[in-house]
Design a protein around this ligand. Structure first.
Ligand SMILES: Nc1ncnc2c1ncn2[C@@H]1O[C@H](COP(=O)(O)OP(=O)(O)OP(=O)(O)O)[C@@H](O)[C@H]1O
Length: 363
């Protein structure tokens, strides 16, 4: 497979693609004085998980979308010399596609997700990072209805929804590309793309229509396959398979695409091609959630980073506002020496003072 090189390699830039009226994306706190009000400490603490779920909602934030906190660009330079400052964002003018609040999940006695908040916006790549066992896959399974959360709100495009099965998630336009890709090796590209949703003309499959749509969707994603769309998947490279799996995810009316480690088995060139495709999906307005352990990939392609540590969301920040080192610290320690907690304490693990789930009364 060869992909045309994107001019400028991610020309939108991380954290770019500003939307009119979205102060959260302007990059400068000074540009958004009216829509990013300072929060009372109690509200900020609630973000960190110390408050009850009800306290997590900022006043009036339900419809407009609530962002958690960020390290401002202004403070970034300060971060180099000392403790940087977290600043609550208040409300964004753009409603998140996904907005999960206080999601809690246990498997028997083991609590895997502790009151996790997570948002994903249209037109953005949100990287979901965390060490092995942090709870990334479980959170994604909750989003995709594969696993039922014990409690927690689930808003889709600002509306509360019930997502208790994969079918319900799919009907909302949420697609997951799992690590194993779930492609059928013996089937060709067209058959894989349309598996389970074949186009028919009367009683027979409309092969010509499916071929045309397959070619269109691959071309629409700027994907050029060497060879026919009728070649079997077993004959494709790892990058090409990933592309087919992603194309299948966006074939319907998808609004959210979640990619689980899409480049984990790929070489340098193929990783770059897949990341270009990931960026392109977001540029077309999809909300893309990217699970990755690879910080280079995360920084190359994401607009936001959500960091899970031992089942707690310890930060959800703009990629442009944090450094590689800070994110690694968040992943490995649940805190960063150069990031303050929202309540002003420097460097303490966020949510570390939250009572363990085992000690909490049942919901
Ligand atoms: N069905 C289950 N039953 C019991 N424990 C589970 C189940 N699914 C996940 N866990 C546990 O939940 C924790 C989080 O797992 P999860 O797969 O969500 O982490 P992850 O961040 O995706 O890790 P990795 O990066 O290694 O894939 C792990 O300790 C795991 O053993």
């Amino acid at each position: 497979m060869s992909l045309p090189a994107l001019s400028g390699w991610f020309p939108r830039g991380r954290g770019g693609g500003r939307r009119a009226g979205d102060p959260a994306r302007t990059g400068s706190p000074a540009e958004a004085p009216t829509q990013a009000p300072t929060q009372a400490p109690a509200e900020v603490a609630a973000w960190a998980g110390a408050g009850p779920p009800a306290a997590r909602t900022a006043p009036g934030a339900a419809a407009a979308g609530w962002e958690t906190a960020r390290l401002t660009g202004q403070d970034r330079s300060a971060a180099l010399g000392g403790a940087a400052r977290w600043e609550p964002l208040g409300m964004s003018a753009v409603t998140p596609v996904l907005d999960l609040r206080g999601v809690h999940k246990s498997f028997g006695p083991v609590t895997v997700l502790h009151d996790v908040d997570f948002v994903a916006y249209p037109g953005e790549v949100t990287a979901l990072v965390g060490d092995n066992g942090a709870g990334k896959t479980t959170l994604v399974k909750c989003i995709a209805g594969i696993v039922r959360r014990d409690r927690g709100e689930y808003l889709f495009e600002g509306r509360p929804v019930r997502v208790d099965s994969p079918r319900e998630a799919t009907s909302l336009g949420i697609e997951v590309v799992h690590q194993d890709l779930a492609l059928c090796e013996n089937l060709d590209i067209v058959q894989n793309l349309f598996l389970g949703r074949e186009r028919r003309r009367g009683m027979v499959l409309d092969e010509a229509e499916m071929e045309e749509v397959a070619a269109d969707i691959l071309a629409g994603l700027s994907v050029r396959m060497t060879g026919s769309v009728r070649q079997p998947v077993w004959a494709l490279s790892g990058g090409q398979r990933q592309t087919v799996a992603i194309a299948r995810a966006v074939l319907g009316d998808s609004k959210v695409v979640i990619l689980d480690e899409p480049s984990s088995a790929l070489g340098v060139a193929q990783t770059r091609q897949v990341l270009e495709l990931v960026r392109r999906l977001a540029d077309r307005g999809l909300a893309v959630v990217l699970i990755s352990h690879n910080m280079n990939d995360v920084f190359a392609v994401s607009d936001r980073i959500a960091a899970l540590y031992l089942g707690r969301m310890v930060a959800q920040v703009r990629t442009a506002d944090v450094t590689h080192t800070q994110v690694v610290e968040l992943i490995t320690a649940g805190r960063s020496a150069t990031l303050e907690q929202p309540d002003g304490r420097p460097g303490a693990p966020l949510g570390a003072d939250v009572p363990s789930a085992a000690a909490e009364p049942p919901a």
